[in-house]
Each structure stands twice: as C-alpha cells, then as structure tokens.
Write a protein that binds this ligand. Structure first.
Ligand SMILES: [Fe+2]
Length: 189
C-alpha cells in the first residue's frame, strides 16, 4: 500500500495534551524559519509529550489489520501544519517514500524500525542505496526536511506501535505526507 488508512477528520475529543502540543508547534511555525530549522524546533516541542498517558484517546490508538492507520489529531486552519497519530500493528510498514514537506516523528508507544536510503545518480540512471538501519524506541524523535528524506518505516515490535507525526502541510486534506514511492533496490527492501 502506498498510503495509510486514514481518518481524515480531526477528533473533536482531542484533549489538553494535544492542545498544548499544537500551541507550541504554532509558535514555532509562526516564526517563519527555514524548513529544517522549523523541524528541529518542533522536535523539541514534541519530545516531552511522548509517552504521556493522556496524550491520545483509545480511538486515536486504534489500528487496522489491513495496514498502518493514520488518525488526524489537528489540522491548522491556515494549512501550515498538521498532527497525526500513526498506529502500526506488528509487521506493518510503509513503502519506500519521501515527503511533501518537513516532518517530525516521535514514538509514543512501542518501537519503529527505519531504513534510510539515498538516491545515487550518474546523470542518466538513478538507484537507491541503503544508508542506515535505525531503531526508534519509545521516546525517539526524528526531524527532517526534503530533499534527502527517503526512508521506509516498519513496526518490528511484537505489539502495537503508536507514533506522533507532525507535518508542515495539511495532511487532512492531502490524505498523506508521501510525495513519491520508490521501488526497492534489487535484492533488498
Ligand atoms: Fe516517512
């Protein structure tokens, strides 16, 4: 699958913890800084929220046996950013992809495994080269901005994993943060 199963309407029962997170992100985004720096500062806002028992409702942690699931938690009215929870059952994964905008991800519960790639080109042909395999346990944060943001994420944990993703775009209307999907390199994944 190329995009998550989506709940595209923000949950009106979203609580104070998400409200405080949104207020912090709004303050950072409002500074109008370059995308990479914005993502780094948003990561500092997200870090203390991860793992809190009151961050998400039970519904916002619900998975889908057919693929990882996205719950929209907040879409800023001016479309400058949005906040989602992604829920991964064991073994669920994204395709190899890059992104439309800056992204900040944080693991709220469980563990994500991430494979990062770079696109090598000789001017005519391009191919993907695996760069690194990264384990992101509960509390781990990643911040990035295109280009150079090609990766695959999967839940290799034996239980449900829930992560919070903040995007510099309105994924509520876009449906996904994915810009392009890439074929796996030969002999790899
Ligand atoms: Fe991604």
């Amino acid at each position: 699958m190329t995009s998550p199963h989506v709940s595209s309407r923000a949950d009106s029962r979203t609580g104070d913890a998400i409200g405080a997170l949104v207020t912090g992100v709004r303050e950072v985004v409002g500074r109008g800084l370059p995308p990479g720096l914005t993502a780094d500062l948003v990561a500092e806002v997200l870090a203390p929220a991860l793992g809190a028992a009151d961050l998400l409702t039970a519904e916002q942690c619900q998975g889908d046996p057919d693929g990882y699931r996205q719950h929209l938690l907040h879409a800023e009215p001016d479309r400058s950013f949005s906040v989602v929870s992604l829920v991964w059952m064991p073994g669920q994964r994204t395709p190899i992809h890059d992104h439309l905008c800056w992204c900040v991800t944080g693991v709220h519960r469980g563990q994500e495994n991430e494979r990062r790639y770079r696109l090598a080109t000789d001017g005519r042909n391009a191919r993907l080269l695996p760069l690194a395999d990264v384990v992101n346990p509960t509390g781990a944060i990643a911040a990035f901005a295109p280009p150079g943001d090609i990766h695959l994420v999967r839940n290799s944990f034996p239980a449900k994993t829930v992560s919070i993703h903040i995007y510099g775009a309105d994924v509520g209307s876009l449906g996904t943060s994915i810009r392009r999907v890439y074929l796996a390199p030969e002999g790899g994944q």
